[in-house]
Ligand binder design. Structure first.
Ligand code: KIV
Length: 267
């Protein structure tokens, strides 16, 4: 049995300038595959709503759904730190509700940490969860759960005032006790400044190369989701084509009576 990474290992990686690799996973096989090749953190993202469940955005995802996917990912992994997303409306109502839902994701889901979106206005919530010994990863900049306020998935922090607010958000998240923070959809120079200003690791997505680590959605990097491909995504494989051709071949052989053969039959 391998030893699972902890938030202390992740903090140390920033100090040692060792870049942190993060990918999303929502199921057992993908968790196994990425864990076996040494991913540092697996994020059970609420992006599950878009790339797995087919919703238009992450807002409909529930705590029950996150629990289901988190358990599968925990079962499929041995060495990665498992961080799971708190879905929309699972932490915004009040602090007792936020603590209860964070606690469920740890106790019933088996994750080691939770992630939630928001900066200064979520600092008290982060503090409340950290105070009951549940590690929190922050998430600022382009926060997909705020899609209706932002008017879409738009780069944040291009104007000076907005950039100042994002830096203040980052500080507030760190001061509230978060062990790391995701910086999403912000200009590279702003991400660089935030990374230099914080002692906790920054994990970038569409935030340039100067963050302490990078996160991407697994379906995006493997070409499994053609709905929308943001500029910051790099495609490392195209497994849709492989899957489609395998399924086409199966259909053809079943129709032609070429499958199953005696090799696939019992005597
Ligand atoms: O839900 C998610 O997958 C995320 C990352 C892309 C940061 O929040």
């Amino acid at each position: 049995m391998k030893k699972r990474k902890t938030i202390l290992d992740i903090g140390l990686m920033k100090q040692q300038q060792d870049k942190i690799s993060v990918l999303t996973a929502y199921d057992y096989p993908f968790a196994q595959l990425m864990d076996s090749v040494g991913i540092d953190i697996i994020l059970v993202g609420d992006s599950v709503g878009s790339v797995f469940s087919g919703y238009d955005n992450t807002l409909p995802v529930t705590v029950e759904e996150m629990l289901y996917h988190t358990r599968a990912v925990v079962r499929g992994s041995q060495q990665a730190l498992i961080v799971t997303d708190m879905p929309f409306m699972s932490y915004q109502i009040d602090l007792p509700d936020a603590r209860k839902n964070a606690g469920r994701l740890i106790k019933e889901g088996g994750a080691q940490a939770v992630k939630l979106e928001g900066g200064e206005h979520m600092a008290a919530t982060i503090r409340a969860i950290v105070d009951i010994d549940i590690p929190v990863m922050g998430h600022i900049g382009l926060t997909p759960q705020s899609i209706h306020r932002m008017g879409g998935f738009k780069v944040q922090g291009r104007e000076e005032e907005q950039a100042r607010r994002i830096l203040a958000d980052a500080k507030a998240v760190e001061d509230a006790g978060a062990f790391a923070v995701v910086l999403e959809g912000i200009p590279r120079n702003l991400a660089k400044a935030v990374t230099a200003a914080l002692s906790i690791p920054t994990i970038g997505i569409g935030a340039g190369a100067d963050c302490d680590g990078q996160v991407l959605v697994i379906h995006d990097i493997l070409g499994l989701c053609d709905k929308y491909s943001p500029k910051f995504v790099k495609r490392y494989a195209d497994i849709s084509a492989t899957i489609s051709s395998g399924i086409e071949q199966y259909i053809k052989e079943v129709k032609a009576g070429d499958f199953p053969t005696t090799d696939h039959s019992f005597k």
